[in-house]
Design a binder for this molecule. Structure first.
Ligand SMILES: [Ca+2]
Length: 528
């Protein structure tokens, strides 16, 4: 009997020791802080030498701790598709989330081919998905399963309950808001449901509040691994900011600088301040050396709305911006700081994309993917060790045509090394595709279409696109049988209609005035 008890005690002790060891091993797992700015363009930070106006000292401070990617791309030129790509590691071509429509009432879980288009359009756009389905494995679910505390703060834009962060692997979600921007304004009073400013803080800025909430989350979970998903509201519309900051920038405007909107500059500063708050917290809690930080944006900068008569920002030297397949729409700022893995203060020109973060984190943290899980992104762990990923093909699928400046009809693009090919669906002769080919090393502003000059390159890259669309089972645009060449005005492609309700096609404009059509999901999210 005594021997039995002794053996049992030994067993219990051994089990306790093992549990303790497992706990300690868990405690050593690095935390993950994923900061996603909203609509922050490639030229909106001081990382790339493209601004004289904005000040982003905290992003610079982060860059000193890790690697700055000069050629990082969002999965899409618009937000919900990129957000879904970050969380699932899958391309918008595969998820079917290709527009920022996840705040709209209609629930669509599978993409389908479209059924009609006006005679001015070459292609019929597919009907996109409007909620991130909960049967996908997500980064949050994987990290939660591996023992992480998971918290989402800020913008979501992938669906309200039952498609909110709480159903996608997050323990907490603040302010639990499904809209595309902050409710009402940046500066309180806000219009969130069941969430308001701190009564003792006058004129509270939503980013200050979100950073404070994120800080509380990190303090609460300092002794266990945590995943902080901080998806900023900044710097998306509505365009408002702290009054004192607006005045500060108003005093230093250069009228010849394409970046000259003091409100936007103030919004960028508040965004940067929030990054600083997170870094301060990690330093104060002495966990910075065990925390992976990723900072990036969901799409390019908004250069088509107007604030006090000037556009919010400019993505120069890149062409276009938010909602365009030009570089200004998809090339985004990106810094990854991974203590012991990335080299502090370095730069890297490898081609990387939103879909890469999930597989990268699993590989680097030693967490298994689900048995049947697939990714459209790749692990960047070899990149951190010096692999340049030469020859990698990176795709963006955007089968829509919102009428922003530099808009491109429904298209898909591939980047490979210095080359970028855009296939415009069915916009060539007799329903064939049309192509734009750029060498970004020589022509970062995409001024010269080389497609006619390099037909072999077009063919080579287009074959990659064909394979990608097949492999991802993308629902693609179809040739419009009602397309009428006589009604088509090619010179209006890439131009913005004169008035808010004007069509980009003159043929439509010439028609007698009708009741204004309801805005498309893309237009309503874009403030068009
Ligand atoms: Ca966005």
């Amino acid at each position: 009997m005594t021997r039995f008890i002794f053996a049992s005690v030994l067993l219990v002790t051994a089990a306790a020791t093992l549990a303790l060891a497992a706990e300690r091993a868990d405690a050593k797992k690095p935390n993950v802080v994923l900061i996603l700015a909203d609509d922050l363009g490639w030229s909106d930070t001081t990382l790339y030498g493209t601004t004289k106006f904005y000040q982003t000292p905290n992003i610079e401070r982060l860059a000193k701790r890790g690697v700055t990617f000069t050629r990082a791309y969002s999965a899409s030129p618009l937000c919900s598709p990129t957000r879904a790509a970050i969380l699932t590691g899958l391309s918008p071509a595969r998820t079917g989330i290709t527009t920022p429509n996840c705040h709209l009432p209609q629930i669509v879980l599978d993409a389908t081919p479209g059924n009609m288009a006006p005679p001015t359009k070459h292609a019929i756009m597919p009907q996109p998905v409007s909620r991130l389905k909960t049967d996908y494995p997500t980064l949050a679910k994987s990290l939660k399963k591996a023992g992480y505390a998971t918290g989402h703060f800020g913008k979501w834009h992938l669906g309200s309950d039952p498609y909110s962060p709480l159903q996608h692997g997050f323990d907490v979600d603040i302010p639990h808001h499904a809209g595309p921007g902050p409710a009402g304004s940046y500066v309180a009073p806000w219009k969130f449901k069941d969430f308001d400013h701190d009564p003792e803080v006058p004129d509270q800025h939503i980013e200050d509040r979100m950073a404070a909430e994120a800080t509380a989350f990190m303090e609460q979970h300092r002794d266990e691994p945590f995943y902080l998903n901080y998806w900023m509201f900044s710097v998306h519309a509505p365009f408002d900011a702290k009054k004192a900051l607006i005045e500060k920038y108003r005093g230093v405007i250069d009228a010849n600088d394409p970046q000259r909107c003091p409100t936007y500059a103030a919004m960028v500063e508040s965004m940067d301040d929030a990054v600083g708050t997170l870094l301060d917290t990690l330093d104060r809690l002495k966990i910075a050396d065990n925390t992976v930080i990723i900072f990036t944006s969901d799409n390019g900068g908004n250069m088509y709305n107007e604030i006090e008569g000037v556009p919010p920002t400019s993505n120069a030297p890149l062409r276009g911006g938010k909602a365009s397949m030009c570089e200004g729409g998809t090339r985004v700022p990106c810094v990854v700081a991974w203590p012991g893995v990335t080299s502090a203060g370095t730069r890297n020109d490898s081609l990387i994309q939103s879909e890469d973060y999930y597989p990268t984190l699993l590989a680097g943290l030693g967490i298994d993917a689900e048995a049947d899980q697939r990714f459209d992104g790749v692990s960047l762990m070899p990149v951190f060790k010096g692999d340049k990923l030469r020859g990698r093909a990176l795709f963006q699928y955007f089968p829509h045509d919102p009428p922003v400046p530099e808009w491109i009809p429904p298209s898909v693009s591939v980047h490979r090394d210095d080359w970028k090919l855009i296939r415009i669906f069915h916009a060539g002769d007799a329903g064939a595709h049309r192509y734009l080919l750029f060498n970004l090393n020589d022509d970062i502003g995409e001024k010269t279409n080389l497609a006619a000059q390099y037909p072999d390159k077009v063919q080579e890259l287009d074959a990659l696109i064909t394979r990608f669309l097949k492999e991802t089972k993308a629902v693609v645009p179809i040739a419009n049988p009602k397309f009428d060449l006589a009604k088509y005005r090619p010179e209006l492609e890439g131009t913005r209609p004169q008035s808010k309700n004007a069509s980009p096609n003159a043929a439509d404009k010439a028609k007698p005035k009708r009741k204004a059509k309801a805005k498309s999901p893309v237009q309503s999210e874009l403030n068009l």
